[in-house]
Ligand binder design. Structure first.
Ligand SMILES: [Cu+2]
Length: 148
């Protein structure tokens, strides 16, 4: 009987030691948790990054103009408007320069002349495809035409 009691007491002592060790390990884990709070900030940054691409995707929306044989695109304030359009095969795009500055369009390997203020440049899209164009004088000016 006594030996059983001693074994139980011994087991309780060992168990309490293990528990105390466990507490120490938990404390270390808590220390690790304080370190992991640093990781929360990058996660917040990631979430902010995730919201950022959704904004350009809204800007990436195309204007569908499939019922016109001639579609006007304004060149104004060093930008094409609308800059991204979907048109039907055979559509003529007519760019009109509303800027005081001269622009020059490179589209489908075709280079327009100098487009002074008020000048209209027309190009007929007879083939289905995606055409990215830009101003050779101001390469940041870009537009895309999808021909269906
Ligand atoms: Cu330009």
């Amino acid at each position: 009987m006594n030996s059983k009691v001693l074994r139980i007491i011994g087991a309780l002592i060992i168990a309490s030691m293990l528990l105390s060790l466990g507490c120490i390990q938990d404390n270390k884990k808590l220390d690790g948790n304080t370190g992991s709070t640093v990781d929360i900030n990058p996660q917040n940054n990631d979430s902010s990054v995730d919201t950022t691409p959704s904004n350009p995707s809204q800007d990436d929306e195309f204007t569908s103009i499939l019922d016109q044989t001639i579609v006007d695109v304004e060149i104004k304030d060093f930008a094409f408007s609308p800059s991204k359009i979907i048109v039907a095969k055979g559509t003529t795009i007519a760019w009109t320069n509303k800027d005081a500055a001269t622009h020059k369009i490179m589209v489908n390997d075709f280079l327009s002349g100098n487009l002074n203020q008020g000048t209209v440049f027309k190009y007929v899209f007879d083939d289905v495809g995606t055409y990215e164009y830009y101003c050779t004088l101001h390469p940041s000016m870009k537009g895309t035409i999808i021909v269906q």
